[in-house]
Design a protein around this ligand. Structure first.
Ligand code: CU
Length: 107
């Protein structure tokens, strides 16, 4: 009986933690939809203002579900909507239109 109570309190702690819950959700999505983000290295991406400009431009493309920017690594992660296609050229054009240059696209 003691064991059951302990298990329940551990489970309670896990579900109460938003960070762990988010990680679990991301992993579940990766397994079920097999969607891996496209990683784009961007030159000149140095501050939050750059990040917002790039995000806004990319999110205006209908194939893109979400955009995450890592300023430290000058990296933009793009997640596509299911059953959509986005070419490297599409990405390069959009980022150029935002005023930045793509170093490379990693898939
Ligand atoms: Cu900036």
């Amino acid at each position: 009986m003691k064991k059951v109570v302990m298990m329940l309190s551990i489970l309670g702690l896990i579900s109460a933690s938003p960070i762990l819950a988010e990680n679990t959700a991301t992993q579940t999505q990766a397994v079920h939809q097999e969607i891996r983000p496209i990683v784009v290295r961007v030159n000149g991406l140095v501050c939050g203002f750059c990040a917002q400009g790039i995000k806004k431009r990319l999110l205006s493309l209908s194939a893109i579900q979400s955009v995450q920017v890592n300023l430290g690594e000058k990296r933009v992660s793009i997640t596509l909507k299911p059953k959509t296609i986005l070419t490297d050229a599409d990405i390069k054009t959009a980022i150029q239109q935002a005023g930045y240059a793509v170093v490379r696209v990693e898939r």
